[in-house]
Ligand binder design. Structure first.
Ligand code: NAD
Length: 488
């Protein structure tokens, strides 16, 4: 097994930030460290961008937006650039998979499968740009025309979390570029590598200076960025707590914003569900990336009458999850990404026990893991809706099994959360599944499985967010609508 050297994945730009088409040295002396989830060793350190760097990056993005060619190119010309970026990202997919694995602890077998979504997002928006109705004529009742224009919203602050760093950045950057916006991106301080690879590809694709700027930094610098006068839109993916704060800051100036936040999604098994057929998708999506995925199916809601049958089957499958080194292709579950995640997940496991849920498996550190943030896949049964583990986003491999008495009770329990991001409904009756899906307050639902398709809108009801990414709706998020009424 080859050991990944993270700094070999980028082209010598670890201590540089990307402003106005140049790799420059950050003006701050503050060093940030990226810690290996698997060994707890320092993987590398790099200089954090400063608020002075934010000023420069926003000024470059503003100049590129107000006077540069990017928003003034035809959609077909922008599309050509996006295709170039997609092609360059495709070539870097092996690096992108390794960067994800080494920083986040996601198993290499999984990251190699998933990285294709990243160029796919650029391909999708490259195609959509060519047909999107940027300029449309509508007839009025008086016989004259109104031109409906969809104009780029302006300079976008793109802020992303650490769990799936690149795909979440691609959602924002590909759609914002397609619309004609310019961007200042601030990735999570724990996972800067992929964003650096993106900047390298954007530079190589020859996008005009200032269109894309990159500032790896922590939350204080992020906070300065979202408050900046030069920002027209904040596109944020992260925790619900930070999202509420960002919404309130943006509210003061009516800065546009999009929020992709946390989740507490359910796999709802209807009475007739085929458990064995459901198992493969459930095993992939109940604890993906050690449960550190916003759309994880962390609440499993089963009929009381079939509880034992389900629990026996699920626990047998969970026992087969191979926890280990994320760089080993046979590993199914790596460690949690960082110390604070490890503590957070352990606190929730303790809370589940104290509130009276039954710890059916896991709950501790795997026997052979004496370093790294490893934790056993954990399942609680006898969970009631009022427990913290049933209500709050744990962001770890901890699943709650909840039972219901009849269909109304099932729907009520599925909806009994402040979140509404994702969900699965398992049934052999497709029409019933569809009707039940209509009753679930969630932005994304799949009948029998969990479909993740970046060409479809993704986002949350309730505290899971505001707005959508992906699909046509993902491009709508970066335009302002203008109506120009023509008269004869
Ligand atoms: P986080 O909210 O702590 O941080 C996310 C990003 O926001 C980081 O870059 C961070 O530096 C920055 N940030 C934090 N506070 C800020 C502030 N006040 N101003 C500006 N920037 C700020 O979240 P996290 O721990 O990195 O990520 C985990 C969370 O992200 C989970 O809740 C998860 O559900 C959510 N998430 C949501 C989606 C989705 O699409 N809905 C996808 C992935 C992750």
């Amino acid at each position: 097994m080859n050991i990944i050297n993270p700094l070999e994945l980028i082209r010598g730009v670890a201590n540089r930030i990307f402003i106005n088409g140049e790799w420059v040295t950050p003006s701050s002396q503050n060093n940030l460290q990226v810690i290996s989830p698997a060994s707890e060793d320092v993987l590398f350190s790099y200089k954090e961008a400063s608020t002075a760097d934010v000023d420069q990056a926003v000024a470059a993005a503003r100049e590129a937006f107000e006077h540069g060619e990017w928003p003034r190119l035809s959609p077909n010309q922008r599309s050509e650039y996006l295709t170039k970026v997609a092609d360059l990202l495709r070539k870097r997919m092996p690096d992108l998979a390794k960067a994800w694995t080494v920083q986040v602890g996601a198993p290499i077998g999984l990251t190699q499968k998933l990285v294709g979504q990243q160029p796919a997002l650029f391909d999708f928006y490259a195609d959509l740009t060519k047909t999107y109705p940027f300029e449309e004529e509508r007839k009025r009742a008086d016989g004259n025309s109104t031109m409906i224009l969809k104009e780029a919203v302006g300079v976008v602050a793109a802020i992303t979390p650490w769990n799936a760093p690149m795909v979440l950045l691609c959602y924002k950057v590909a759609a914002a570029l397609a619309a004609g916006c310019t961007i200042v991106a601030k990735p999570s301080p724990e996972t800067p590598l992929e964003a650096m690879i993106m900047a390298e590809c954007i530079e190589e694709a020859g996008l005009p200076k200032g269109v894309f700027n990159l500032l790896p930094a922590g939350r204080e610098v992020g906070d300065y960025l979202i408050r900046h006068e030069g920002i027209d839109k904040v596109s944020f993916t992260g925790s619900t707590a930070a999202g509420k704060h960002i919404a309130s800051v943006c509210g003061e100036k009516l800065t546009r914003f999009n929020l992709e936040l946390g989740g507490k999604s359910a796999a709802l098994f209807l009475e007739d569900a085929d458990f064995a057929a459901a198992l493969p998708s459930l095993m992939v999506y109940s604890m993906p990336i050690t449960g550190q995925v916003c759309f994880s199916l962390t609440r499993i809601i089963v009929p009381e009458s079939r509880k034992q049958e389900f629990v026996d089957m699920y626990l047998a499958a969970v026992a087969n999850i191979k926890v280990g080194d994320p760089q080993d292709p046979n590993t199914l579950m790596g460690p949690l990404t960082m110390q604070r995640q490890f503590e957070r997940v352990q606190n929730y496991i303790e809370s589940g026990k104290q509130e009276g849920a039954h710890l059916a498996c896991g709950g501790g550190v795997p026997a052979d893991c004496n370093k790294g943030y490893y934790i056993e896949p954990t399942v609680f049964t006898d969970v009631t809706a009022d427990m913290k583990i049933a209500q709050e986003e744990i962001f770890g491999p901890v699943v709650s099994i909840i039972t219901y008495s009849d269909l109304d009770d099932a729907v009520a329990k599925t909806n009994d959360t402040n979140y509404g991001l994702s969900g699965a409904i398992y049934t052999q009756d497709a029409e019933l599944g569809y009707q039940v899906a209509k009753r679930i307050k969630s932005g994304n639902l799949t009948i029998n499985g969990l479909v993740v398709d970046v060409t479809m809108p993704f986002g949350g009801f309730k505290e899971s967010g505001i707005g959508r990414e992906g699909g046509i709706e993902g491009l709508d998020a970066y335009v302002e609508v203008k109506a120009i009424h023509l008269t004869s």
